[in-house]
Structure formats: C-alpha cells, structure tokens
Design a protein around this ligand. Structure first.
Ligand SMILES: *Cc1c(COP(=O)(O)O)cnc(C)c1O
Length: 398
C-alpha cells in the first residue's frame, strides 16, 4: 500500500509542528483488543482518514495486527483502500442517491443496503457488470440514523432473498448500530438488542441465508458481551483513546501525539492582555510562549483560556484566544524555556496531556479532537518494529 495523502496539503512544516502517529501503538492496541474479545473477529473502522490518523497506514497496520475486516463510511474511502492495495473484507455504509457504486462493487467492497431503492441500484450495477455484488443489510433498531425502518424490514428481506436467488447479490451480513452503547443497562440499548434479534428472525423467515451479524462499536464490544454476535466494529479504542467514562477494558496507548516547537518566548508584565479581545490579562509578571498552530490546523477555538499543553515536562495553560495559526501559553514567571523547545499539545498518558483532556476542556468528545487534526497537520509515521525493515520512504508519501 502507498500513501495517498496529498503532498503539500498542510501549511506548517514538519519541524514546526506535526502529528506523530505511532503505528506500533496502533498494532499493540488492536492485538490487545483482539485477545480480549477472542474468539469474536474484529472490524477496524478507518473512516475519516482513520479518525485523523491516516487511513492507508492505519489500514495496513490493522491488517498486520490481524483485523479480519476494515470498515469505512463511504465508497470513496473504500476505493482509496482498494487502490492502495488492500484486498481483504471491507464494508462501507454511507452514500448518496446518485453515488456510483460500480467501482466498489467491482472491487468486492461490501456495500450496506438500507432500502429497496439501494437494493435496486446495487442489483442494476451487478447486472451491468455481470458481477455479483457483496451486500450487507442495515436495519435501524433505534438510532434513527441509517438502516431500514423496522416497518420496511420484512419487505427488504424478501427483495434481498430474490436478489440472492437471482445471483445479483451475495449477502454477507446483517447489522445495526447502537445509540447508547456506553450504557449497557439503558432501556434504549435493551430495546435495540431485542429489535436486532427480532430482525434476524424476520430475515431467517424470509429465507435469507445465515450471514455475519454485527451490532457493536467499541463501547458495546467491551461492555456488552451479549451484543458481540459474529463481529465487532472497533474504532476509537484502536487509536488508544478511551471512548467514555466507565470504560474497563484493556490497556490502550494513544496513537497520535500532536507536537510543536515554541516560535517565541517573552516576558510580559502584570496587566498585559494576551491575544485577540484581551480575554486574559496577566495578574502577575510572567513569561509567555507562542505555539505556532491554531484553528486552521485543527486546534479548537474553544480551547481558548481552557486547554493545557506540556512544555519542559510540565502542564502549562493556554492564555487568551486561540488564533487561526497560533496560540499563547503561560510558561510561568520562572520559565527557562527557549524558542525551539518542544511542546506536546496532546499525546499519551505518559506525556501528561491527552486528547481526552482536550475534549473535556473544549466541551467536545475526544473523537473530534483527533479527527479534526487529520487533514491539517503533517503526519509523521513511526512504524512498528517488525515493519521498519520492509517499509520505505515512498510508502510514507510526503
Ligand atoms: C464509527 C462507527 C463505528 C466505530 O465506533 P467507535 O465508537 O469508534 O468504536 C462502528 N460502527 C459504525 C456504523 C460507525 O459509524
């Protein structure tokens, strides 16, 4: 596989700031999760550029770590994986009414069908290609997002049965998605489990063959063993991020570290205001440092006066508003830090500040913190030890 990340797609040079992606940590996380969940097979979800970590590199690492399946949202993402050389089981589930599914069906991507219209479109492509389409059926059991509404499900199953019989499709799975997966006791979770079981009965009654059944994301896979069925779809945990409170799983290591180097260091005096709007005024003399990335690089504006970064091994607060391309931190009155010193914006538990800390400071979820970095900052990949020998600089693109 090769990287498809566009060269020159970021505005900051590598020395100034980057997202360091520890593929060894990714591999260890997936290995630990697979051991913890065995014998249930695992789909590693690499949508949205692997939650900002880099889809091609993460997909390759996931396969090496034994992931039986990969999952993405859109057929475009799926085709990027195929074009990069991935040939394994690969599911996509989100596309528009006029999306051309030809390439995905020809490349044996599993396409999720949520409606009779989807099924007709997929069957038509299959007929044109003379190539049976790999299809999974999606049922809405209570998320009210994608998936066939329960009242349409029996009819969809009958139509799918006809398409299987005619050879237009090969049915490979039936699946749904939970709304409150982080709460196994929640009435909505229990209702969805029941609705899924009912939907499987309807499918069997319609004469559909037994196929891979799946319902669980990270939270459900780890907290609700009854929902594991034949496959679990793991996203956030693979990237070493604990999905929510109450998570009692296996040890995970953060895969992404956002780092930068101080672009300026200077003393300021009590009474000086910092950054746009002077939303912070120094109450004592102190030393401030300038971090040369901002909201154009995926740093949330909401972090203004709220989040912290690590400089010289200690946590220091952001002062004033985050700007488009920079923000200011308070290094403290006795700071000896100098221009060029390293800043960990967020990273592993060991670093002392994580994406989860940033999410709490910014009133958002850790998923968003890492994902928004993806298209913005240059990625530096650290290979797992056993891969170092076989990957080349060319695999890493820019
Ligand atoms: C994103 C996604 C997942 C992965 O969810 P995590 O909480 O990151 O494990 C699983 N299934 C579907 C349908 C998704 O959209």
């Amino acid at each position: 596989m090769t990287d498809d990340r566009p060269a020159g797609g970021t505005r900051v040079d590598l020395d100034t700031a980057s997202a360091v992606i520890d593929l060894g940590a990714l591999e260890r996380n997936i290995t630990r999760l697979r051991e913890h969940l065995a014998p249930t097979p695992v789909m590693v979800v690499v949508k949205s550029d692997a939650y900002g970590h880099g889809m091609i590199q993460c997909a390759r690492t996931a396969r090496n770590a034994g992931a039986e399946w990969l999952g993405v949202a859109t057929p475009i993402e799926a085709m990027r994986l195929r074009e990069a050389g991935d040939t394994g089981p690969l599911l996509c589930w989100l596309y528009g009414p006029d999306t051309d599914l030809t390439a995905a069906i020809e490349a044996d991507v599993d396409v999720t069908v949520h409606s009779a219209e989807h099924l007709a479109a997929v069957s038509a492509v299959a007929a044109t290609l003379g190539h049976s389409a790999r299809v999974q059926l999606g049922i809405d059991t209570g998320l009210s997002r994608n998936g066939a509404p329960e009242q349409d499900w029996p009819q969809l199953c009958l139509l799918a049965r006809e398409a299987v019989d005619s050879g237009a499709i090969t049915l490979t799975g039936i699946w749904s998605h939970l709304a409150v997966a982080n709460d196994p006791e929640h009435p909505a979770t229990l209702a969805q489990l029941e609705a899924f079981a009912d939907a499987l009965k309807v499918a069997a009654d319609a004469g559909l063959p037994p196929v891979t059944r799946h319902l669980s994301n990270t939270d459900a896979a780890l907290m609700l063993p009854a929902a594991r069925y034949d496959l679990v779809r793991l996203g956030i945990a693979c990237y070493g991020i604990h999905p929510g409170v109450g998570f009692a799983g296996t040890d995970l290591e953060a895969v992404m570290t956002v780092r930068a180097r101080l672009a300026a260091v200077k003393p300021i005096t009590a009474g000086d205001g910092v950054s746009y709007g002077h939303t912070w005024i120094a109450d004592t003399d102190t030393v401030v440092g300038l971090v040369p990335i901002g909201y154009a690089d995926g740093i949330p504006w909401q972090a203004s006066n709220r989040a912290e970064v690590v400089v010289g091994g200690r946590r220091v607060p952001i002062r004033g508003r985050v700007c488009m391309d920079q923000f200011v931190v308070d290094l403290g009155p006795d700071a000896t830090d100098t221009v060029g010193d390293d800043v960990i914006v967020f990273g592993t538990d060991r670093d002392g500040v994580t994406a989860t800390d940033w999410a709490a400071a910014c009133d958002t979820i850790n998923y968003e913190i890492v994902t928004r970095i993806g298209p913005c900052l240059e990625h530096e990949y650290r290979d797992p030890p056993e891969l170092e020998a076989v990957t080349t600089a060319a695999d890493h693109g820019s």
